[in-house]
Design a protein around this ligand. Structure first.
Ligand SMILES: [Zn+2]
Length: 164
């Protein structure tokens, strides 16, 4: 299922982007306002293809003077964060992102939004597993449903020092 890209400004420093980032993606609405700090909510991105990645990187380059904070990055976004270093701009940090967990006891899958610096430390050399989470149905320990080494790779490049 693809869904058109939608860019919605919630506040002067907070924009929510949802839908599909592909060759049709138009980021004019994202570039239309200038702020020093911008929070970009990526929770409802459902798909990104390689043309979309290039469009995103181009748009982010135009915001190189802005302190960007990616929040609530959906799983397709996290895949790109880890595979394409340029997906994270120079003055950009990732505040929180989604990860899928699966319960091997009751087969329940759950998405958790992990907060960088709280649920998981940035700046480690390697990531062997996601943070421990428990099944909301049967309370058993959940399995991280991604290859942690590749899925969490982007965290290695983030600075350990967190500014509040
Ligand atoms: Zn369970």
């Amino acid at each position: 299922m693809t869904k058109d890209l939608s860019i919605q400004w919630k506040r002067d420093d907070y924009v929510s982007i949802s839908g599909t980032i592909d060759e049709h993606a138009n980021f004019d609405a994202l570039l239309s306002r200038r702020t020093d700090i911008l929070y970009i909510d990526l929770k409802d991105i459902n798909r990104i293809n390689s043309s979309g990645v290039r469009k995103w990187v181009n748009a982010i380059e135009k915001l190189e003077d802005v302190e960007l904070h990616y929040i609530n990055c959906a799983c397709p976004v996290v895949d790109q964060l880890s595979m394409v270093p340029e997906f994270i701009g120079k003055k950009c940090s990732v505040e929180s992102f989604d990860a899928e967990y699966v319960c091997e006891t009751c087969n329940n899958t759950q998405i958790f939004t992990l907060v960088v610096g709280y649920d998981i430390e940035p700046g480690l050399k390697s990531y062997l597993d996601g943070p421990e989470k428990f099944c909301q149905k049967c309370k058993n320990k959940l399995e991280f449903n991604h290859n942690p080494d590749s899925y969490l790779f982007f965290l290695s490049k983030l600075s350990k020092k967190r500014k509040k």
